[in-house]
Design a binder for this molecule. Structure first.
Ligand code: T3D
Length: 263
């Protein structure tokens, strides 16, 4: 299947969605949203895919919403931005959150607006040292969307989340890693090799255990300790019956590398 605004490929268990509108800094327009939806539909039923990598072509990761797109452009009538969110951004975040595989985002150049939120919707974010994160929303009279008001306070705490959102100053990749917004900041030349290495590691891991870990941690953000212990018990019960648990323990006992199937 061919795409005009993204690249999508699956190779050796690693699926990759590359935002590909470099002349507009990979900002989202309607076509790109529609193509990402199509790529996710392929991915959701692709049993060979064990990890998703999201990255961007050109000099930036993603500049958020394409402000010149007719769907949001300023005209005689005010745009129905809530409809755009409902149609495009909300399903994007929810589908990424529910993918049956871990997700990894590589950020280079600038990530702005919904571009930051897209990155934060992924499980692991690695950024090049020269990258930056910009909560551009308040500059145009909007609020952090695409989950921004959920991700930011959870990752960096309310004081920093509010500072980032209200002041709309660029946050360097190094500071983002120091604050816990992202997993790691690496030298620019190391970004691709690092992401490839991590993607390979995740693709060879016990996929269901990774996905259940993510689910459990999210549930733990709103559960009581007692309820969370129940969640953990139930997931452990399920995983204890999996091939990958048997394989992991057998490999450990035999002092060999595990060959997980990811089922
Ligand atoms: O209606 C709604 O908005 C609903 C959805 C909201 C979700 C959101 O994401 S809201 C936030 C939208 N994004 C922004 O406000 C960011 C706008 N862009 C910028 O502030 C800057 O471009 C950057 C800080 C990201 C990068 O700056 P710089 O100096 O590196 O690049 P540049 O020269 O500004 O941009 C390069 C080109 O990309 C330029 O076009 P040109 O002059 O070469 O023809 C610029 O207009 C274009 N571009 C960058 N971002 C966007 C964009 N075009 C349309 N929409 C953009 N978001």
């Amino acid at each position: 299947m061919s795409f005009a605004t993204i690249n999508y490929a699956v190779d050796a268990g690693i699926a990759r969605i590359t935002l590909n509108r470099p002349d507009r800094l990979n900002s989202f327009n309607e076509v790109m949203h529609e193509e990402i939806r199509r790529a996710l539909s392929l991915l959701e039923v692709d049993a060979s895919a064990r990890v998703l990598v999201v990255d961007g072509a050109g000099r930036a990761f993603c500049a958020g919403q394409d402000l010149s797109d007719p769907a949001v452009a300023i005209g005689d009538q005010p745009p129905a931005i809530g409809d755009v969110i409902e149609r495009n951004y909300k399903p994007l975040v929810l589908r990424l959150h529910k993918l049956p595989m871990p997700t990894l985002c590589a950020v280079h150049g600038v990530a702005a607006g919904a571009g930051v939120s897209l990155a934060l919707a992924c499980d692991i974010v690695v950024a090049a040292r020269s990258a930056s994160f910009l909560q551009a929303f308040s500059r145009i009279g909007l609020i952090p969307d695409t989950g921004g008001t959920w991700f930011l306070p959870q990752r960096v705490g309310m004081a920093r989340a509010l500072g980032l959102a209200l002041l709309a100053e660029r946050l360097s990749a190094e500071q983002a890693a120091d604050w816990g917004l992202i997993w790691a900041c690496v030298d620019d030349l190391d970004l691709l090799p690092t992401v490839d290495r991590l993607a390979g590691q995740l693709a060879a891991s016990a996929t269901r255990a990774l996905v259940r870990t993510r689910e459990a941690m999210r549930a733990g953000m709103s559960n009581s300790l007692e309820r969370q212990l129940d969640v953990e018990r139930d997931i452990m019960q399920e995983l204890g019956r999996s091939h990958d648990y048997q394989e992991g323990v057998s490999a450990f006992m035999a002092k060999r590398a595990a060959r997980f199937r990811g089922e």
